[in-house]
Design a protein around this ligand. Sequence first.
Ligand code: B16
Ligand code: MG
Length: 230
Amino acid sequence: MIKTVFQAKKFIMNNKKAFIFDLDGVIVDTAKYHFLAWQKLAQQLGIEFTPEHNEQLKGVSRVRSLDIILELGGIQASQEDKNKWLIQKNDDYLSYLVDIDESEILPGVLPVLHYLKHKNQQIALGSASKNAKPILEKTGILPLFDAIVDGNDVSNAKPDPEVFIQAAKKLNATNENSIVFEDSVAGIQAANIAKMTSVGIGDSTILNEAKFIFKDFTFIDVSFIESLIN
Ligand code: B16
Ligand code: MG
């Protein structure tokens, strides 16, 4: 009897799907604000920082992002200066977010989220950002999420899969039954390392390690979502 209950529980867990969404660059267009804030700091430090350089920062933690920029400029800095610049960058970034609302949600995202809810699917956030919750609140979509894992919860940044593994666990789904939507190379690598289904959102030449790639959510149709559910 105990064995039967255990097996039934295991069966239910193994069949649950987890749809895990990255935030910046996938759900909302805040990647451009990160870029503007980093670019301002880079200019101040006399470092050239282009949109191409910015690709290396997508999905990467705030601390690591600063290190990458300083490496680009060949600058060695004290921890005190680094802390000061991290606060400055985040303050600048937050100043862009003051007035954001639902219009910041990227095209095609809301229909996909609503369709998944309509089909009783579980949705989680898997983001490196420490500003994730206020962004979901301001854009009005926080209630659509069954679980949230963000930069405040993890100690290892993408491409380490910790953020997605935690999200799948919160939803009682196996890694194999988890689907990750990501705009960053580091995030796609994290999903692949965890043996999750990786769906790249963005440029196919940059995200070529993803199992599926779409330019944006308007290219994702119901039949694709259904194929992920079943
Ligand atoms: P914050 P994601 C990531 O969010 C961004 O892509 C990355 O550019 C940023 O450095 C990181 O969050 C940390 O963000 O400074 O707000 O804590 O794409 O994983 O949702
Ligand atoms: Mg992202």
